[in-house]
Design a protein around this ligand. Structure first.
Ligand SMILES: Nc1ncnc2c1ncn2[C@@H]1O[C@H](COP(=O)(O)OP(=O)(O)OP(=O)(O)O)[C@@H](O)[C@H]1O
Ligand SMILES: [Mg+2]
Length: 507
């Protein structure tokens, strides 16, 4: 008997204390198809998937999987039944090797010993079959967020599942890896595996989805074939109103140099990077994974040890040894590694917002002002939370990101470095964050914006620094921006001299 659906979830309700996250939603997934879940930050997408795989059993509702009613008690049960998930918030064990992370909970044994040899061989085999360039012996913590994400993808695929859930799998990937993932997805489809895909990136969604289900505010809106939908239609379904997906570049005067980086190096990750940032300027940073953009930002911010070069602010050389030094000097960093270096899960929204600005709240701390400032950013960024006292770990991924954006803005920096600022942010909220960044530039601050999303980095930046494997290969002026040119420089090996206008990297 051929079955139409591999998964049917009906009338799913999920209540958390004080929050009705899912209000009776449905989802029907066919084998061999990519089924995308869409909805604003906090709509309930991740929660529905967690209900499915036994992380949060639903308060009520019915789940029929592979022809029988199920209610998995934990992820282990779900995995054994053939459902694996790549989580939105990665949770690797950083001190362990890639191979150990990959086979965690199912390590091959020989007698009573872990069979390390087999583990390494199986890892090599898996990476080879997926065409991934990752060393299984590397410590997980040494990988970039992107590489970690690729390892998680490999891990989910390795279970031979009937359903693979991907919750924002591309949030830290650049275009090359995204293409790679899409090939993996095509292969899964050929094997009749169903892929449940969650993303906020419209271009991706329309490239790979067969079916799309939209949720709004914990409620089911509709399901349709992707070919019957358009970006505008989808946005209206998701948000309930019309939103532009444009990037509001606000022209503002470019002033004096505020930050000068001269021959900055950090081990092998950053090699002799030099650029100047001006007041009022948004300096984009583009490149592929491993380009060294995040590492450059971390070195300026004192998270990573500088092994060479100089950093000047307003002409004065800085000696930054720690993030505290950087913040004291008016530099803020919005990290790309939300879970590892960003949020403090158990603390409230208020604590997470104000944590980098505590010195501004006197002693003893002025809690009323802390709460007022937090309320202010929650309102400005439209963060969806029951209250500012809620633990940040209970917010949806996109809403956690909004809290971090608020934190970096609240330190009132002269120089703001944002690393993938709109990662996981829905289309409606993106424009709001872009507008806030533009406003800061308008106030005469200098902004460095690392972004792997071409439209974002091209739309927002005055100039773009392009990097490849730790080397700066070009600085482009806005009039010269094109995605082809950026991609060419992103794969070029020739370092650029910041004083000389870039030439065609092909020559
Ligand atoms: N463990 C939890 N405790 C309390 N509330 C929670 C918990 N997990 C999720 N929620 C709430 O449930 C709602 C739905 O969250 P969910 O993470 O499913 O959103 P999402 O659609 O995945 O959003 P995003 O696009 O931002 O990832 C949110 O209001 C969130 O605050
Ligand atoms: Mg989510």
């Amino acid at each position: 008997m051929s079955q139409e659906y591999i998964l049917e979830m009906t009338d799913i309700v999920k209540e958390f204390p004080g929050v009705r996250a899912l209000k009776g939603v449905q989802l029907k997934v066919r084998p061999g198809r990519v089924h995308t879940l869409m909805g604003e930050n906090g709509a309930g997408k991740s929660t529905l998937m967690k209900c499915l795989i036994g992380i949060h059993p639903p308060t009520s509702g019915r789940i029929v999987y592979d022809g029988r009613e199920v209610c998995f008690k934990n992820t282990h049960e779900a995995l054994n039944a053939g459902i694996s998930m790549i989580h939105q918030e990665l949770s690797p064990v950083p001190e362990r090797s890639v191979a150990e992370n990959l086979w965690l909970g199912r390590v091959p044994v020989k007698g009573i010993r872990v069979d390390h040899k087999k583990m390494r061989e199986d890892s090599f085999k898996l990476f080879k079959s997926l065409g991934l360039d990752v060393n299984p012996d590397e410590k997980m913590g040494n990988l970039t967020v992107a590489k970690m994400q690729m390892v998680e993808i490999a891990k989910a695929v390795s279970y031979d599942s009937k359903i693979v859930i991907m919750d924002e799998p591309t949030s830290s990937l650049t275009e090359t890896e995204v293409e790679h993932l899409f090939r993996i997805i095509e292969d899964l489809k050929k094997k009749n595996v169903a892929v449940i895909y969650i993303s906020h990136k419209m271009d991706e969604i329309f490239r790979i989805s067969d079916d799309i289900t939209v949720f709004r505010d914990g409620e089911y809106v509709c399901t349709d074939a992707a070919k019957n939908l358009t970006v505008d239609k989808l946005i209206t379904l998701m948000v309930g109103r019309e939103v532009t997906e444009m990037f509001p570049k606000v022209e503002c005067p470019i002033g004096e140099t505020i930050l000068k980086v001269e021959n900055l190096s950090a081990g092998r990750a950053v090699k002799n990077v030099s650029f100047e940032l001006h007041r009022g300027e948004i300096l984009g940073m583009a490149g592929l994974v491993g380009a060294g953009r995040t590492e450059t930002a971390e070195t300026i911010f004192g998270l990573r040890t500088k092994t060479g070069g100089k950093i000047y602010k307003d002409g004065v050389e800085l000696n930054i040894r720690s993030p505290e030094d950087a913040i004291k000097n008016g530099i803020a960093l919005l990290t790309e590694d939300r879970r590892g270096k960003g949020i403090v899960g158990l603390l409230s929204i208020t604590d997470n917002t104000t944590i980098a600005s505590l010195k501004d709240y006197g002693f003893p701390l002025n809690h009323n002002k802390m709460r007022a400032d937090t309320e202010d950013y929650v309102a400005k960024l439209n963060t969806k939370t029951p209250s500012i006292a809620t633990q940040i770990q209970n917010l949806s991924g996109g809403n956690q990101q909004k809290v971090l954006v608020g934190r970096s803005l609240l330190t009132n920096p002269d120089i703001l470095i944002v690393d993938e600022p709109t990662r996981g942010i829905d289309v409606g909220a993106k424009a709001e964050i872009h507008a806030l960044i533009s406003k800061l530039a308008g106030e005469g601050k200098g902004i460095i914006m690392i972004s792997s999303e071409m439209p974002e980095v091209m739309g927002m930046s005055d100039r773009i620094v392009v990097m490849h494997e730790g080397v700066m290969t070009a600085i482009l002026d806005r009039k010269d921006f094109s995605s082809e040119l950026i991609l060419e420089y992103a794969t070029s090996d020739i370092p650029c001299d910041p004083d000389v206008p870039p030439t065609d990297p092909g020559r």
